[in-house]
Design a protein around this ligand. Structure first.
Ligand SMILES: Cc1cc2nc3c(=O)[nH]c(=O)nc-3n(C[C@H](O)[C@H](O)[C@H](O)COP(=O)(O)OP(=O)(O)OC[C@H]3O[C@@H](n4cnc5c(N)ncnc54)[C@H](O)[C@@H]3O)c2cc1C
Length: 383
């Protein structure tokens, strides 16, 4: 058993940390206030090669392991979880199904420019009537001459207002089963498609949309993988991304804890720094312990991905532990900072709003518990 990072992981962490401090941190507060994502970041991430972290060099990526991907996400979210949501929706959810199931043309036209940060991707799965329940998906794709006509709506789609294309899930058979779902690539904007920007309480520095599709025409060449044959691709994509999302909330928790620790060392009340008060010190100890617990789960999950043994239930455990820990840590950070924690000069309030999103997004904590308990019932999990 070896808990240490390799030298290349440490070097990567330093590179991404420096980049985030220099290129992203100065914009994070403005993004949160204006609910806009800074357009330069995708290009910059393309130059750094981190959008292609998880893809082999022969396909245009840089062939890093999952541990590296988690390090990247942890460092991005330490500055802004919203920026990391944009990163994740693009570099994993939007791109991964194309890399996995795409034709040569689809990879050339969408995947390769996305690795460079020249095209921005989003992923349309959730719907107004079915976020947690993919089986209830209502968006329908009907076969027509030379293509498909798609009608339906996709809700809470990260990057939708700024994206150049969407990887879209739609039903190609009327049955309410997972086997009835197919994937498509949709150019944005498009005739027959409208995007409303949504106002959010959390992740305000990422842009989120509600997408309406009314007889949107998509050519045959934009069907992704086999008709009704890509549900396992979606599941695989979501499972691996749950570990990545957990890494990002770990970064968020670190960002909140670092700020509260600094504050506790320097804020003087009744003649001494507040860290000298046991109630504050114990809160910090709980936060550090929560962060370590999340870190162990995240890099255990990343290691499982790298070994090719990550189960859906273990991905759920990682996401559940890390997201609930980040929520506690960011709340404790606000409590430690008192009134200052509520003020927008500090980032802990933003971190807490963002942490709340992640006990919901990418499958709520209840859904993670459903997945874990289902595996327990079937004796698929070793205790
Ligand atoms: C900021 C943000 C960004 C997002 N980005 C994307 C994106 O890019 N692409 C995308 O496709 N989706 C995206 N989502 C959607 C996200 O994945 C869903 O919000 C999430 O899956 C929950 O679905 P829902 O909001 O419809 O909640 P619902 O499914 O309506 O759930 C409501 C409540 O009911 C509970 N519940 C539902 N079913 C069960 C059950 N079977 N057992 C126990 N409890 C249950 C839930 O835990 C929750 O408490 C995003 C969401 C947010 C908030």
């Amino acid at each position: 058993m070896d808990f240490a990072f390799a030298p290349e992981h440490i070097a990567l962490r330093e590179t991404v940390r420096r980049h985030m401090e220099e290129d992203a941190k100065p914009h994070a507060r403005h993004s949160d206030e204006t609910e806009t994502f800074p357009p330069h970041l995708f290009k910059r991430w393309g130059e750094l090669g981190i959008l292609g972290a998880r893809y082999p060099e022969e396909d245009g990526g840089v062939g890093m392991d999952k541990v590296s991907d988690c390090i990247i996400r942890e460092e991005i979210a330490r500055v802004s979880q919203a920026y990391c949501a944009a990163f994740s929706a693009h570099s994993h959810l939007g791109m991964w199904p194309i890399w996995k199931a795409g034709t040569e043309m689809q990879r050339e036209q969408y995947f390769k420019p996305a690795v460079q940060g020249e095209k921005v991707a989003c992923f349309g799965l959730s719907e107004p009537d079915g976020g947690s329940d993919i089986r209830a998906m209502k968006t329908r794709a009907e076969k027509v001459d030379r293509g498909w006509k798609i009608t339906g709506a996709k809700l809470y789609i990260t990057n939708a207002p700024i994206a150049d294309f969407m990887t879209l899930a739609a039903r190609t058979k009327p049955d309410l089963t997972i086997d009835a779902v197919s994937l498509f690539i949709v150019d944005l904007p498009a005739q027959g498609l409208a995007i409303d920007s949504l106002k959010k309480e959390g992740l305000r520095g990422s842009e989120t949309g509600l997408i309406h599709m009314d007889e949107l025409f998509v050519p045959d060449s934009h069907l992704l993988g086999e008709r009704e044959g890509t549900y396992s691709t979606i599941l695989e994509c979501l499972s691996e991304n749950r570990v990545g999302v957990a890494a990002s909330v770990l970064g968020l928790a670190r960002g909140a804890c670092e700020e509260a620790l600094e504050f506790a060392k320097t804020r003087i009340v009744r003649g001494k720094p507040i860290i000298e008060y046991q109630a504050v010190a114990h809160r910090l100890a709980d936060m550090a312990t929560d962060i370590e617990m999340a870190r162990l789960m995240v890099y255990w999950g990343a290691w499982q991905v790298d070994q090719g043994i990550l189960s859906t239930a273990n991905a759920s455990k990682v996401k559940l532990v890390a997201s609930e820990a980040a929520l506690r840590v960011s709340e404790n950070a606000i409590r430690i900072m008192g009134g200052a924690g509520i003020m927008r000069d500090h980032s802990v309030g933003m971190h807490h709003r963002d942490a709340l999103v992640y006990v919901i997004g990418e499958g709520t904590s209840d859904i993670q518990r459903n997945i874990i308990s289902r595996a327990l019932k079937k004796d698929e999990l070793e205790l």
